[in-house]
Write a protein of this length. Structure first.
Length: 197
């Protein structure tokens, strides 16, 4: 599998992204270089796509597939695309506050920490549906790792479209997230314009 080994803060700086959206507390001490060149419309659209791919940890081919699926769905393509990305299992684990970052959430799903409706799922891109119950396995709940994560993520708020129980490490998907419930700083319309060329 392709892995982007660019340092996270460097990538955030180049995309003009706040690291807190990735669950990272650090701030880069370096200032972004002031480029005098005017960014073209295509450049802006490409940056928005790169931002979305970087935040959710999705590569180009799966991201294009998400776009095609969103385009076939009813409603606005951009909002559908963001909802599909939010409903990935690794993202839901991150949103419920069971992982410090989406990368850590992905690793937990890979390492079989997570069950969906009582069945073990180890596919980070698994699409959860409304009514699905996501839970950390009983054997893993009392591990030191989960205790450390619980301490680190204690103040994080769970989005309105999810219902989470921090003590039981259990959560339910209440509804498909609408665009105004997704706090990711990405211009989804720019992505749609880029792919519809």
């Amino acid at each position: 599998m392709a892995i982007n080994r660019t340092p996270v803060l460097k990538r955030c700086r180049s995309l003009g992204l706040d690291p807190t959206y990735l669950g990272i507390d650090k701030k880069s001490k370096r200032q972004p270089r002031n480029s005098r060149r005017k960014v073209s419309e295509y450049g802006i659209q490409l940056r928005e796509k790169q931002k979305a791919k970087f935040i959710y940890g999705v590569l180009e081919k799966p991201f294009r597939n998400y776009y095609k699926k969103a385009d076939r769905m009813k409603g606005q393509t951009g909002a559908n695309l963001m909802a599909l990305l939010e409903l990935r299992l690794d993202n839901v684990v991150f949103r419920l506050g069971w992982a410090r970052t989406r990368k850590e959430a992905r690793q937990m799903v890979d390492h079989k920490f997570v069950t969906v409706n009582g069945k073990q799922v180890n596919i980070p891109s698994y699409q959860v549906k409304v009514g699905d119950v996501i839970e950390i396995k009983e054997a893993k709940k009392s591990t030191q790792r989960m205790k450390d994560i619980a301490d680190a993520c204690a103040g994080r708020t769970v989005p309105a479209w999810l219902d989470g129980n921090a003590e039981a490490l259990q959560g339910t998907v209440k509804e498909v997230p609408t665009r105004d419930l997704i706090d990711v700083p990405v211009d989804d319309m720019a992505i749609v314009e880029l792919y519809s060329k």
